[in-house]
Design a protein around this ligand. Structure first.
Ligand code: NAG
Ligand code: NAG
Ligand code: NAG
Length: 243
């Protein structure tokens, strides 16, 4: 009985705590995969998620970032979206050019595989944390930290020349900082407004799983008490028989 009560006291806050959409943190993350087969063949594709829901995709064949959900542009105006599209198109072109130049500079061998993971985690109370990590041939080599690019702890020393070049470009550093510190949390806060009902539905599914477990436990407790009561009645009867 003590165990069942303990389980219930653990489960109840889980069930009710879950129904509060805005009381928890939200992770928005973009993944970019760039493959360079040789100096003349490459492709870059992107995906973005809010938590476990995919929100955006960007195919190499497309000039436009597509919203997977109708509410994925958050509260940004179409003018702001066009401005962001323009920035990201410029980014994709210069990214390709830079990788090809670095490949020449460091005599890197093709094929080259790069994976980028960037985004922000927004906590209740408007606090957010940002991240931007880059992996080369599957190994984490570089990140954006504060206002500048930094090598990963295990990165090869020859990466230092790349980081030096990257950090000379103050314009790009300021843009990355702006995208991660301002645009990313604004997008997340906007999506929490425009996509609220779907996000709540997602949370709702956790709640209903919790409620089913709760219902099953309640049944078990009732059954347990019923059996106890039966045993008690039987014992009483047998005492009465003896007396
Ligand atoms: C580059 O790679 C692509 C895709 O693998 C291939 O079709 C093409 O022939 C290659 N080009 C050169 C110049 O090697
Ligand atoms: C990827 O897109 C770029 C720019 O539009 C294009 O030049 C390139 O050929 C594309 N790569 C592939 C593999 O389709
Ligand atoms: C949260 O921060 C954003 C800027 O990122 C701001 O526009 C918004 O008003 C803030 N919201 C609250 C509730 O403070």
């Amino acid at each position: 009985m003590g165990r069942v009560l303990f389980l219930l006291s653990w489960l109840l806050p889980q069930v009710w705590g879950n129904s509060e959409v805005l009381g928890r943190s939200f992770l928005f993350r973009c993944l970019q995969i760039s493959s360079f087969a040789n100096s003349s063949w490459w492709r870059t594709d992107g995906l973005a998620w809010l938590g476990e829901l995919q929100t955006h995709r960007w195919s190499n064949a497309s000039d436009k970032i597509d919203s997977v959900k109708p509410w994925a542009q958050g509260t940004f105006s179409s003018q702001q979206c066009d401005q962001l599209q323009y920035i990201f198109r410029g980014y994709r072109n210069s990214f390709t050019r830079d990788v090809q130049e670095f490949a020449k500079m460091l005599s890197l061998e093709y094929p080259i595989e790069l994976q980028l993971s960037a985004g922000c985690e927004v906590y209740p109370g408007n606090v957010s944390e940002k991240f931007f990590h880059i992996a080369y041939q599957g190994d984490y080599i570089l990140s954006f930290h504060g206002t500048a690019w930094e090598p990963a702890p295990q990165a090869p020393p020859r990466l230092d020349s790349v980081i030096k070049v990257l950090n000379q470009d103050q314009g790009t550093r300021e843009t990355v900082q702006w995208l991660l510190s301002d645009i990313c949390p604004q997008l997340v806060n906007g999506i929490l407004e425009t996509g609220k009902s779907e996000l709540e539905k997602q949370d709702g599914s956790h709640t209903s799983v919790g409620l089913i477990i709760l219902a099953v436990l309640t049944c078990l407790v009732s059954l347990f008490m019923f059996i106890l009561a039966l045993i008690w009645i039987r014992k009483r009867r047998s005492y009465e028989d003896i007396l």
